[in-house]
Design a protein around this ligand. Structure first.
Ligand code: FE2
Length: 326
């Protein structure tokens, strides 16, 4: 604080005088701040929301008439939460997007500190991604990892458009601020290996996941779950497959985790907070933190849940309303 400020403080004749001087010196009296900084339980401005794959696929097909992957870097549709002027974050820590790539196109090579995952919705033979030189097929139903700072590019050498959902922890990176990103100067990275995808730790094939679910015990709610062991590669998120029988339900009380659900197969309805909606294959919906939800399957359904629970757990911030001692 300057000697001028000290002189002004000495000369103040009221608290209001002091507040003006504090403000000019970038100080706020804790009892006089604009808004409270502590509250009794979690608050989020993020809202329950759902998105339709059929609509997104149609929209990307139309956009593809004018926008190439050359121009767009990625031809994707971000599923943003309608909160404030946000046009990116799906939930507070995660973003997801539908992406489409046409035959003969490629999405050029880049890398970033944010972790990425992809759920392939529709792809014919000839669609693949290259992750740090490793060529991996993108087959319908595959779930693929692209960890922090791994080079990645995508190719469609097939005959039909390919569609998938990207999940990234970019909003978490935005909030903590460790963002780095770079493009490979040459568009294509060298392919240095082409492993059997069934043995690659970055590939979770649908048949393999169904086999894991069949081995899993039926939970108290009547559903089978398989959580991927990906902490060594992507420590920020949990990815869980949930096999729900016809008429079954996935219901949870409020927790501090934010979640994104996508639908691998089946159909049904959901109630998230105040929002009720129906879902079918390829659809996505989000459960912001501290929202109870109930998802009901009309037909046998396979759901994929991506949540930030590991980030919260590691920091001691994961709290469930059902088991809280706070
Ligand atoms: Fe990327």
């Amino acid at each position: 604080m300057t000697s001028k400020a000290i002189a002004e403080i000495r000369g103040a004749t009221s608290l209001d005088d002091l507040y003006r001087i504090f403000n000019a010196n970038h100080l706020t009296a804790g009892w006089h701040k604009k808004r409270s900084s502590l509250w009794p339980e979690p608050r989020t401005r993020f809202q329950p929301q759902n998105w339709s794959y059929a609509e997104a696929a149609q929209a990307m097909d139309r956009a593809g008439e004018w926008m190439s992957t050359e121009d767009a870097e990625r031809r994707n549709l971000l599923m943003f939460n309608p909160v404030d002027d946000n046009d990116y974050d799906t939930v507070r820590t995660l973003v997801c997007a539908y992406q489409m790539i046409k035959p003969g196109e490629y999405a050029r090579t880049h890398r970033h500190t944010a972790n990425a995952m992809r759920l392939i919705l529709d792809a014919e033979d000839g669609v693949f991604t290259v992750v740090n030189g490793t060529k991996l097929p993108m087959r319908k139903g595959d779930f693929l990892l692209t960890p922090n700072w791994y080079w990645h590019s995508h190719f469609n050498e097939g005959a039909a458009n390919a569609y998938w959902i990207d999940f990234l922890d970019v909003p978490l990176v935005h909030r903590l601020e460790p963002m780095f990103c770079e493009n490979l100067p040459q568009a294509h990275q060298q392919v240095t290996s082409e492993p059997d995808p069934d043995t690659c730790p970055f590939v979770f094939g649908l048949e393999q996941m169904i086999a894991e679910l069949e081995k899993a015990p039926i939970g108290a709610d009547g559903n089978r779950r398989h959580r991927l062991d990906i902490d060594a590669y992507i420590p920020t998120v949990a990815v869980t497959y949930i096999d729900v029988p016809a008429g079954g339900q996935v219901a949870e009380p409020r927790t501090t985790a934010s979640r994104i659900f996508s639908v691998l197969s089946g159909s049904g309805s959901a109630q998230v907070g105040e929002r009720g909606f129906e879902w079918t294959r390829g659809d996505v919906f989000c459960v912001p933190s501290w929202h109870a939800f109930a998802v009901t399957a009309a037909a046998p359904s396979l759901l994929l849940e991506v949540s930030d629970e590991p980030t919260l757990s590691k920091l001691g911030f994961f709290i469930s309303d059902a088991a809280r001692s706070l």
